[in-house]
Design a protein around this ligand. Structure first.
Ligand code: ADP
Length: 278
């Protein structure tokens, strides 16, 4: 059973096509990056897959549940929305316990789950602080704890590191890896940062203007960009060449091609194709 399977997914807002003919298949337990520039359709695709928004076309299933049963999908997924709102006056514990109860836990179970999750996201000491007193990074980790309250099979994190400093970003990415490794959950991480995909994702889907332009491991995506006949040369600054070689050789690409490949260059080649990039 696939964790996510979508065929011909489409989302249109008043004539703006946000997601167009998207086909996705995600193996359980993997971390998948939805990578793309602003407006690529990442948030729309996530909202449709979580059943927050209705698709305008296509079919999909999440955790083996078909899109025709949205309530059941919502029970099986966890979501950190792009701009999550937090009730500043509540403590982390209170907020998590409230969400646990929404998923049917008793007051006592919900409180115990909340405390356990606070520990899991590194906020064990801060559970009784008001959310308004937490840093942005802490709030993001609290939001991730909330996304885990129903022990989801698939976790969607929409730009979880947006606006965080490097330390906060590292903590969130570390947490993403742990959610996959220790819980065995499938994680969808949406980001516009190539480095995040390189650091934590098993696979990357590059979206551009609602369409899937590449799909595979980082090395496969790089190879895809390098070997597509429509693409000319990919230039890599001298200081990046060693890293580029590493990425390409990891993907089994020979040295003659390797000099031209790096994820950032591949990303540009794949997303700027119709914009007249070299
Ligand atoms: P991303 O998450 O990759 O930045 P989005 O899914 O937010 O992409 O946006 C995809 C496209 O859909 C963009 O052109 C955006 O302007 C448009 N869009 C997103 N949300 C809405 C909305 N609620 N109403 C109208 N257009 C929207």
């Amino acid at each position: 059973m696939l964790a996510i399977e979508a065929h011909g997914l489409r989302k249109v807002y008043n004539g703006t096509v946000a997601v167009d003919s998207l086909d996705v298949s995600v193996e359980p337990g993997t971390i998948v990056g939805f990578l793309g520039p602003n407006g690529a359709g990442k948030t729309s695709a996530i909202r449709v897959l979580c059943t927050v928004l209705r698709a305008d076309g296509g079919t999909f299933s999440v955790a083996g549940v078909p899109h025709t049963r949205p309530t059941e999908i919502r029970r099986r997924v966890g979501v950190l929305p792009e701009s999550a709102g937090y009730p500043g006056g509540q403590t982390g514990e209170e907020w998590l316990a409230y969400h646990g109860q929404l998923f049917g836990l008793s007051g006592r179970e919900a409180m115990a789950t909340g405390r356990r999750l606070l520990g899991e996201v590194g906020l064990g000491e801060r559970g009784r602080s008001r959310i308004s007193e937490m840093s942005r990074g802490m709030r993001q980790r609290l939001g991730i704890a909330r996304a885990l309250v129903n022990d989801p099979e698939v976790v969607f994190l929409d730009e979880p590191t947006l606006g965080l400093d490097p330390a906060g970003q590292r903590q969130v990415l570390g947490l993403v890896s742990r959610i996959s490794r220790e819980r065995g959950s499938t994680v969808v991480l949406s980001t516009h940062l190539l480095t995040e995909v390189e650091q934590v994702c098993d696979r990357v889907l590059i979206l551009d203007r609602g369409r899937l332009v590449s799909d595979g491991t980082v090395a496969e995506v790089v190879r895809d960009a390098v070997t597509r006949p429509a693409h000319g040369m990919l230039r890599v600054p001298p200081e990046e060449q060693e890293r580029a070689l590493e990425v390409l050789q990891g993907g089994g690409i020979d040295a003659a091609v390797a000099e031209d490949g790096q994820l950032s260059e591949a990303f540009l080649a794949l997303t700027d194709r119709d914009r007249g990039a070299p």
